[in-house]
Design a protein around this ligand. Structure first.
Ligand SMILES: [Zn+2]
Length: 1014
């Protein structure tokens, strides 16, 4: 299956001999004080599951041998289920800090906990205490010191309340995933106790040993577990099931579906029996050796399949509703085990279970057991991806048991790397899935460029605001930031593989496996495996790529190729490194006769020069021709670009190419009727034009025959970095529906790319607006003329715990230049707050204050209608459809939608009381809110109004909010605004007002034509 390496590449893939070669010292954990040791454990647990009460009752005997050189006077136990206890647990507080509300939205009766009813050694009850503020960690004091080499047995009885799925341990109806469920002793190693609690980010660390677990549960349940089943009766039952699924797999699709349907009604019936308590209990036993954890899952509906690899039985526990979707899962699991065996080392256990799961994180790894909760989606092989990833962890976490909390990069980075490698080698070039891996690891196109760009922001190589990948897992502030822990080391290892060549790289990985099998490796263990295998020192590489967040970016410099004294050509090429990470790299040269050849270079200087002679003149040079480097800007690697190519009628964008979209559209507005035209966007990254990192350029034009007008728009936005933050400068110009709008500005964003709160946004802009044809609008609310302004805006995103807050202030001053006849200053302050009160209820508040002073055009005034302009429909269709009714965030009241009324000062506020109908955590299912709203506003110095300014406007109504659609139905308001020519009068209107509904949504579909500049 590993066909990837082409002949030409093989010639160049050998260890970069120009690297400094060191005499390899076997790294003996030189930085650490104490020599390596590991403790051993032996667990004997008897547990019964009460499926009605969602509880476990357990008795545990743990025999612990102290191999450390220290006498222990206490030990730490993890009581992880207490993470789900209440809103005060460390897990809950961390969720809150990160704006996750799983615990918050979980009813008390659906939460979980663990009580340790007894803990003793011999007949002595042990004194115990919790870690400060964290009931997931408990210290037990030993009656006498445990000397080096001695062993001790702990007897414990415990109760676990199993939560509905919040995090890892959980149930959904009669489906149970029992993980991190027993009192588990913390690891004591040569750096001390590792009594890390249960955190939102970060996983586990355990001592290797033996587990004997007997589970009592309803006899119809199927159990997937760590280790092997020892119960003969259950083995016979399992054999019957395997026969049954074997027969299922031979059925035609239609017959299979019928069979699965009939299974559904059998299962429904069985569920009723469960509810009635009519199912007798059974006790089954498992034994697991050389593992550091024990997990199990059960469900009476599981269909169990089996496949094999070498001496390992691979069991798949699949839910009937996913049986068809999982039809190739056994193949995926087998491929994963085979691949990892080849790349790293043998899977040493007799059994592996792959379980169809409800884990909210998609997948999770335990010894001999992986959970997988995803389904394939069109174009995405999610199922295979997660199965591979979690099985990959059987090596990096399972057999090579590093501390997942302290060195998360080591298990996640290595696993992610293997996953990327697997997808690249298995599907190279022939499938359209797994865009992310494909794009970064190869040069193929992807249809998901926007998504891809968002992913790039998760890697510190592209987003310098992120911390290095080597931090402690729980120190990361968000899941987004934590992604760097997976991705950056994965791509770093990919570069290392490229530099070393496949065979040397694989040999290094096998050294890592051989030296650390069933031990607790650290980052240093991995580095020394590479050092030992290659006889070179790779510390510099890991220091830069894992322990720092520095960028890699090389740039093509000058290229000279001139005839020398003989008949040869003398060529000089400069590779510019600037402040990039030092890297070995390849340069590909092209001669005037179109032949290609490569040179290697260790680019450690600011300007690195390659010089050589050749028979033909060299016309171009390309750094990193195989796109192996994780470079910040791979587009400045070449001395030239090769022209413009129309590649396809469907979008085939890639990070490394520039794309022009051409989108034909029809537009319509009620004044000028139908317009014909199109939109073209040259989008992203035009370094050959602007020399910067990211750039967007767009233009569109339409012709409206009814009014014989041509409207057009032009946008430009370019991103650069200043003080480690991303900044944009922009220029927009449009002539659209009787007005010219243009602005040029600069935006500085602070904290946003660190996924930080609060984030600060500063915007400075100069605008030129000209209204030259007022016929498009309600003349009462607009005035023709030119308006030149300078504006400065500050926006703070103040997300705090579960609430969202935003604050925005803007000052605009008109400049009396370019014939602008206006002279005014306008200040607006806007506030937005969204505060959850309970799982069901939340409150949203919008508050606006504004003031305008001087001579201003009518359209710039402060309006109480939701839109400053009278609304003329404006939509485009054909291959695209767009409907957009803007509620300009200007203090407008939904009840006054068609009653434009403006003034010089405004204070308005709105409260929405939202009821979450689905009662679901926000992150899991998009909530469906119904809302009741109340609004009030006071305008001062009304325009064209003969009455006094004594009106305070109110309205109230109901609405719904669902996935981007926001509908307001005002039911009552206290005034009615009547326009009579240029005069406005206001009348009491205490009645139901069904006259307006405000809907806000924005849906756009495009068909794009792509032109690529390669
Ligand atoms: Zn993982």
């Amino acid at each position: 299956m590993l066909f990837f390496i082409s002949g030409i590449r093989r010639n160049f893939i050998r260890p970069f001999t120009i690297l400094p070669v060191i005499a390899v010292v076997t790294v003996n954990a030189s930085g650490q004080a104490a020599p390596y040791f590991q403790q051993s454990v032996s667990y004997d647990i008897k547990v019964s599951l009460d499926v009605d009460r969602h509880t476990l009752l357990g008795r545990e005997t743990l025999t612990y041998i102290n191999h450390s050189p220290d006498t222990l006077t206490f030990v730490w136990f993890h009581l992880y289920p207490n993470a789900y206890k209440d809103e005060r647990s460390v897990f809950a507080r961390e969720e809150e800090e990160r704006g996750i509300n799983d615990i918050f939205y979980t009813r008390e009766s659906d939460r979980g906990f663990m009580t340790l009813d007894t803990i003793r050694t011999g007949t002595t009850d042990l004194r115990r205490e919790y870690k400060d503020g964290d009931e997931t960690e408990m210290k037990a004091f030993l009656p006498r010191g445990l000397a080096p080499g001695d062993s001790i047995s702990f007897f414990m009885s415990f109760t676990v309340k199993i939560p509905r799925f919040i995090s890892r341990l959980g149930h959904l109806n009669l489906h149970f995933e029992i993980t991190q469920w027993y009192p588990k002793i913390a690891v004591y190693d040569n750096t001390g106790w590792h009594n890390d609690g249960y955190h939102v980010l970060g996983e586990f660390y355990g001592d290797y040993g033996t587990f004997q677990v007997a589970v009592t549960l309803p006899e119809n349940m199927w159990v997937a577990a760590t280790g092997i089943l020892t119960d003969e009766k259950e083995k016979a039952r399992l054999a019957e099931m395997l026969d049954y699924t074997k027969r299922l797999d031979h059925l035609s699709e239609k017959a299979l579906n019928q069979q699965l349907d009939s299974l559904n009604s059998v299962n429904k019936h069985m569920e009723e029996n469960f509810r009635a308590g009519n199912i007798p209990l059974k006790t089954i036993s498992f034994v697991a050796e050389h593992v550091h954890d024990f997990a199990w899952a059960c469900d009476f509906r599981f269909l169990v399949k089996k496949t094999e690899y070498a001496n390992t039985s691979i069991y798949l526990f699949v839910l009937p509703e996913n049986y068809t979707a999982w039809k190739r899962a056994d193949q995926y699991a087998q491929d994963a085990v085979a691949t990892m065996t080849g790349w790293v080392g043998d899977y040493i256990y007799p059994s592996l279970c792959v379980v169809n799961s409800f884990n909210p994180y998609g997948g999770m790894e335990y010894n001999n057991l992986v959970l997988c909760a995803v389904k394939d989606q069109r174009g995405f092989k999610f199922l295979e991806e997660v199965i591979f990833h979690e099985i990959g962890h059987q090596w990096f976490y399972g057999m090579l048991g590093n501390n997942e909390m302290a060195d998360a990069w080591l298990d996640e980075g290595l696993t992610q790397f293997c996953e990327l490698r697997y997808f690249k080698e298995k599907y190279n070039g022939s499938f359209n899935d797994s865009w992310f891996m494909k794009t970064l690891l190869g040069k193929e196109s992807t249809t998901h460029k926007e998504m891809f760009k968002k992913q790039l922001q998760l890697i510190s190589s592209y987003n310098p605001a992120l911390s290095p990948a080597s931090g402690k897992a729980f120190s990361y502030r968000s899941r987004q930031e934590f992604s760097n822990v997976y991705l950056r080391p994965a791509f770093a290892l990919n570069m290392l593989k490229y530099s070393l060549g496949d065979s040397v790289f694989t040999a290094s990985m096998r050294t890592y496996y051989r030296k650390n099998l069933l031990r607790h490796p650290s980052g240093e263990s991995l580095i020394s495996a590479f050092n030992e295998t290659t006889r070179q020192d790779w510390h510099w590489f890991f220091d830069e790529w894992v322990y720092s967040n520095k960028q890699c970016n090389f740039k093509a410099g000058r290229l000279y190729s001139q005839r020398s004294a003989g008949n040869d050509y003398r060529t000089t090429f400069e590779v510019i490194r600037a402040d990039s990470i030092v890297m070995p790299l390849l340069v590909e040269f092209k001669t005037e006769k179109d032949s290609l050849f490569r040179r290697q270079l260790f680019a450690d200087k600011v300007i690195n020069t390659i010089e050589f002679s050749s028979a033909d003149r060299v016309v171009s040079a390309h750094i990193d021709p195989d796109t192996s480097l994780l470079e910040f800007n791979p587009k400045n690697n070449s001395t030239g670009w090769n022209g413009l190519h129309l590649s396809s009628l469907l979008p085939t964008e890639s990070f490394y190419q520039n794309t022009i979209y051409v989108t034909p559209w029809l537009r319509h507005n009620s004044f000028s009727g139908w317009g014909y035209g199109g939109m073209g966007i040259v989008y992203d990254q035009l370094p050959f034009l602007f020399g910067n990192e990211s750039c967007a350029l767009g233009a569109s034009t339409y012709y409206f025959p009814r009014t014989n007008t041509v409207d057009y728009a032009f946008v430009f936005r370019n991103t650069t970095r200043l003080f480690e933050e991303f900044n944009d400068y922009f220029l927009n110009y449009s002539k659209w529906q009787g007005e010219i709008k243009s602005e040029v500005g600069f935006e500085y964003r602070l904290g946003q790319y660190k996924f930080e709160h609060p984030s600060h946004n500063f915007l400075l802009r100069f605008s030129y607006d000209e209204l030259f044809d007022a016929r498009y609008y309600d003349p009462a609310n607009v005035q023709e003329g030119k308006d030149v302004t300078v504006g400065i805006r500050y926006t703070a995103g103040l997300d705090h715990n579960l609430s969202t807050h935003q604050f925005d202030v803007e000052i605009r001053k008109s400049l009396n230049i370019l014939d602008g006849k206006y002279d005014y200053t306008k200040i607006t302050i806007e506030g937005y707050n969204d505060i959850p009160l309970s799982r069901r209820f939340s409150i949203t508040n919008y508050t606006n204050a504004g003031m305008i002073h001087g001579t201003y055009p009518a359209q710039t005034g402060l309006f109480i209608s939701p839109s400053g302009r009278t609304i003329y429909s404006d939509f485009g269709c054909f291959v695209g459809y767009r409907y957009f009714l803007d509620q300009a965030f200007s203090g407008g009241l939904a009840g006054y939608i068609n009653e434009n009324l403006s003034g010089r000062s405004l204070l308005s506020t709105r409260f929405d009381i939202n009821v979450n109908l689905l009662n679901s955590p926000k992150g899991q299912i998009e909530p469906l809110f119904i809302k009741v709203f109340f609004e009030g506003a006071k305008l001062w110095r009304l325009k064209n109004n003969s009455q006094d300014d004594r009106f305070v406007f109110f309205d109230a109504g109901i609405g719904i909010k669902l996935i981007g659609v926001d509908l307001d139905l005002p039911l009552w308001k206290n005034y009615k605004v009547v326009h009579d020519g240029m005069n406005v009068s206001i009348h009491p209107d205490n009645r139901l007002a069904f006259n307006s509904i405000l809907v806000r949504f924005d849906l756009t579909y495009y068909l794009q034509f792509a032109l690529e500049m390669k």
